[in-house]
Design a protein around this ligand. Sequence first.
Ligand SMILES: [Zn+2]
Length: 151
Amino acid sequence: MKFLVENNLSKLGKWLRFLGYDVEVLEGPINYKDLLRARDRVFITTSRRWEKTLKNLGIDYLVVPRHDWELQLSMVVKKFGLNGELKLNLCPYCGTELTPIRKEDFKDRIPTKAYETATDFTLCPSCGHIFWKGKHYERMVETIRKILKNL
Ligand SMILES: [Zn+2]
């Protein structure tokens, strides 16, 4: 399942990418051109104004409340029966598939603490970000568990 999210839902988009889902974030306001181009994606929006148009275009969509990204994520997971497992295989910033790396090869770009204690280092070949499983990973697991528990 692939998603297109409105540009005020980038945090939701990031979390859907953590779960391994293909997400495109709208760069500007909602418009026909982007909606038609991304017809094969489910559109997640906070706006009811486009509902009729979306129905007419036959685009699958979900309206979520503004601001509360945890609620947004739980709604999307529930509505589409998503797998709530943290895959961490996609770059949260640009959605590109991450490549596993040896930390030794990128020592100058990894903070010392992370270098010594973290695991599973990956690189985004597109935007160049480096990721690893460190302390924040435990928090992410906890967050997703909390969200899924409330479904
Ligand atoms: Zn990237």
